[in-house]
Design a protein around this ligand. Structure first.
Ligand SMILES: C[S@@+](CC[C@H](N)C(=O)[O-])C[C@H]1O[C@@H](n2cnc3c(N)ncnc32)[C@H](O)[C@@H]1O
Length: 213
């Protein structure tokens, strides 16, 4: 019997539908990942990140799972495909057109809620998450060490944050050498978390960060 080669990531039905929605809304899909130095609007999560989200969500039965930045619902769909038992998914999108379209996509998913607004205001800091996909372009200011405690408090002890769209350091362009590497600083210099960087394509990586304290 021929050996099965597990090289393809199979897309769940709801992810296929979210991809179709992204195409309809002209929300960029870059399934192969971004080339180094690519400048362009934010894009939907790539299959290797989606699979990571599905696997992590599957490890949180009855959990409270969040997403900052719904986009066209592709990451939402991957997370939704991993929900177990009574786990709930809350995704927040600032663009009302996107939020309305994705709400329609998930109308038959009672455990998925799309909220419209700025996640800073919409996500209640008193209701921490078991898993949070931070995908609303966290920039230096938000990830400044003075904000680390507030950000860590958004997840439970043992809970995890996922950030994607990093460029592996050895592929950095020379002009980036002076910029603050805010996502990695948060993951690797923060005494309340442990983090790991995983390669998602040849030119992209993601961080998985677990709160320890
Ligand atoms: C990278 S895209 C999200 C892609 C999506 N998470 C996925 O995996 O397919 C970033 C999204 O964040 C939204 N966004 C930006 N700032 C936000 C904020 N403060 N609150 C909520 N959404 C925000 C943008 O409108 C955009 O749709």
């Amino acid at each position: 019997m021929p050996k099965t080669i597990y090289s393809e990531i199979e897309l769940p039905e709801i992810v296929r539908k979210a991809n179709e929605l992204a195409n309809k809304l002209n929300f960029p899909l870059m399934p192969e990942g971004r080339p180094v130095g690519h400048k362009g609007p934010p894009s939907a999560c790539i299959p290797s990140v989606g699979k990571l989200l599905q696997v992590l969500a599957s490890g949180k039965p009855n959990g409270r799972i969040g997403e900052q930045g719904t986009g066209a619902g592709v990451g939402t769909a991957w997370l939704a495909s991993g929900l177990r038992n009574d786990a709930r998914l809350i995704s927040v999108e600032i663009n009302p057109t996107l939020a309305t379209a994705v709400t329609e996509l998930f109308k038959d998913y009672p455990n998925v809620e799309i909220k419209t607004g700025d996640w800073h205001k919409v996500m209640n800091p008193n209701e921490p998450y078991d898993l949070l996909f931070m995908d609303a372009m966290p920039r230096g200011e938000l990830l400044n060490p003075s904000n680390w405690n507030a950000l860590v408090d958004v997840i439970k002890i043992g809970g995890q944050i996922v950030m994607d769209d990093l460029t592996p350091v050895e592929q950095w362009l020379p002009e980036w050498n002076d910029i603050v590497d805010a996502k990695r600083e948060f993951a690797f210099a923060n005494p309340r978390v442990v983090g790991v960087e995983v390669r998602t394509t040849q030119t992209t990586s993601a961080l998985i960060i677990t709160r320890t304290k």
